[in-house]
Design a protein around this ligand. Structure first.
Ligand code: ATP
Length: 369
C-alpha cells in the first residue's frame, strides 16, 4: 500500500493549535496508516530563535514531501530591517520556489453557520476564489526599492504564461462544478482593475483568449472595487472568480467573513508538482493559546490535501477519506456544541476537533446527535 509523506509546519500564533487539530482529524480517517507526518520549523518564532524564518532543511523537507500542511505563521512586530514581516516568509517563498501558482479558496456557507449577510442560507453562497499565487504585486516581495528612506517602489508583474495557466485552471474548475447558486450557470468572473492599469488590462485580455476555448462557460467581469460590493449584495451570482495575487488575498478575507468567519475558509496552493495546504487565515495572535481558534478551515484544508493526493496518485481511498472529512465537518457544525466563538458559539478548538473525530469514527452519521 502506498504511503504519503506529509511535511508539517505548525508556525506561530494559532498555527500549532489548528494544525494539530487537522492532524488529529487525519489520524482518525481510514487512511491514517497511509500517512506519515514529518515536522519542520518555520515562521516568526523560529526567526527569533535562529535568525531564519525559512531554514534550508524545511525547504528540502517540503520539496521532497508528497504534500505540505501548514498551520499559520507571523508574529506582529517580528520584522526584517525593511519593516516587512518575517513570519510570512515561509508561505510566500514556498509559493515562488515550488511554483504553487493556483491558490484555490472555496467560499461556502455551510449548514449550521449563520452568514453575516441578511437572509442568506446554506447553499446560497458557494463559489471559489482562484488567486494567482506566484506573480502580481507580491512577486515584488524582497525585490522592491527603498531609496534613502525617501522613496519606495514595488512593481506589479504579470506574465502571459502566469495568466494563461491560472485562467485555464479557473475554467477547468468551473467545468467540474455545478454552476452559480443563483442561476445554475457555469461562470468564471475575471476580477481586476483593467480600467486603470495596463497589467490588469493585459490580465483581462489573456483571460478572454483562454475563455474562447471554453464556450460552455460564461465569461463575466468585475472591477475589484465594485467586487467588494457585489460579494455582499449578490454572492449567489458567483461560481469561480479569478484574480491577481494581492486582490485574491484581500478579496478572500472579505468573502470568508460572509460565510461565517476567517477561521472557516480552507485554502489549497497547487502547482504542477507540489501542493501546500493551510487555512486562508493568518496566525491570529490575539487569540492564540486559548483553545478558542476555529480549526475548521485547517481541517477542511487537510481534506483538500487528501482529495488532491488521491486525484494525483489515482488513489480512491484518499478521495473517499476527503469526502468523509467534509461530511464530518458539516455534521459537527450542526451539532449543539459545534460552533467556535467566531461563529457565535462557545465551543473550543479541541471540542470541535473531537466532534469531527467522533463523526469520522462513527461514519459521520452520529456526529450531529
Ligand atoms: P495574514 O496577513 O497572515 O493572512 P491577517 O492579517 O489576514 O493575517 P488573521 O490572522 O487572519 O489576519 O486574522 C484576521 C481576523 O480574523 C482576526 O480578528 C483574527 O482573530 C480572526 N481569525 C483568524 N483566524 C481565525 C480562526 N481560525 N479562528 C477565529 N478567529 C480567527
Amino acid at each position: 500500500m502506498k504511503t504519503y509523506e506529509i511535511a508539517v509546519v505548525h508556525g506561530d500564533g494559532i498555527g500549532p493549535e489548528v494544525c494539530q487539530a487537522a492532524i488529529d482529524v487525519l489520524k482518525a480517517t481510514p487512511v491514517a496508516n497511509a500517512l506519515s507526518f514529518v515536522e519542520y520549523p518555520a515562521g516568526a518564532g523560529h526567526y527569533l530563535k535562529v535568525g531564519n524564518a525559512f531554514p534550508p532543511e524545511t525547504h528540502a523537507g517540503c520539496t521532497k514531501a508528497d504534500a505540505i500542511l501548514h498551520g499559520a505563521a507571523g508574529i506582529p512586530g517580528v520584522t526584517y530591517p525593511d519593516g516587512t514581516e518575517t513570519g510570512i516568509e515561509f508561505g510566500l517563498q514556498l509559493r515562488f520556489q515550488l511554483d504553487l501558482y493556483a491558490n484555490v479558496r472555496p467560499i461556502k456557507l455551510r449548514p449550521g453557520v449563520t452568514s453575516r449577510l441578511r437572509d442568506r442560507k446554506t447553499g446560497d453562497i458557494d463559489y471559489v476564489i482562484l488567486r494567482e499565487n506566484t506573480e502580481g504585486l507580491y512577486a515584488a516581495r524582497g525585490n522592491g526599492v527603498n531609496l534613502r528612506d525617501e522613496l519606495a517602489v514595488d512593481s506589479l508583474v504579470v506574465t502571459r504564461k502566469g495568466i494563461e495557466r491560472i485562467c485555464r485552471a479557473a475554467f477547468e474548475l468551473a467545468r467540474k462544478r455545478n454552476g452559480a447558486p443563483g442561476d445554475g450557470k457555469r461562470r468564471v468572473t475575471c476580477c481586476d482593475k483593467a480600467n486603470v492599469l495596463r497589467t490588469y488590462a493585459f490580465f483581462r485580455k489573456v483571460f478572454d483568449e483562454v475563455g474562447e476555448h471554453y464556450p460552455d462557460i460564461e465569461k463575466d467581469y468585475a472591477y475589484a472595487d465594485a467586487m467588494t460590493v457585489y460579494l455582499l449584495e449578490r454572492p449567489e451570482h458567483y461560481d469561480v472568480i479569478v484574480m491577481e495575487n494581492m486582490f485574491g488575498d484581500i478579496m478572500s478575507d472579505l468573502a470568508a467573513a460572509t460565510v461565517g468567519s476567517m477561521g472557516m475558509s480552507p485554502s489549497s496552493e497547487i502547482g504542477d508538482h507540489h501542493g501546500f495546504f493551510q487555512a486562508a487565515h493568518g496566525s491570529a495572535p490575539t487569540i492564540a493559546g486559548q483553545n478558542i481558534a476555529n480549526p475548521y478551515g485547517t481541517i477542511l484544508s487537510a481534506g483538500s490535501m487528501l482529495q488532491w493526493l488521491g486525484e494525483r496518485h489515482n488513489d480512491p481511498r484518499l478521495i473517499d477519506a476527503a469526502d468523509l472529512i467534509e461530511r464530518s465537518v458539516e455534521a459537527a457544525m450542526m451539532a449543539p456544541d459545534g460552533l467556535t466563538r467566531d461563529l457565535g458559539g462557545r465551543a473550543t478548538t479541541s471540542g470541535v476537533t473531537a466532534l469531527v473525530v467522533k463523526g469520522l469514527a462513527n461514519g459521520v452519521a452520529t456526529a450531529a446527535q
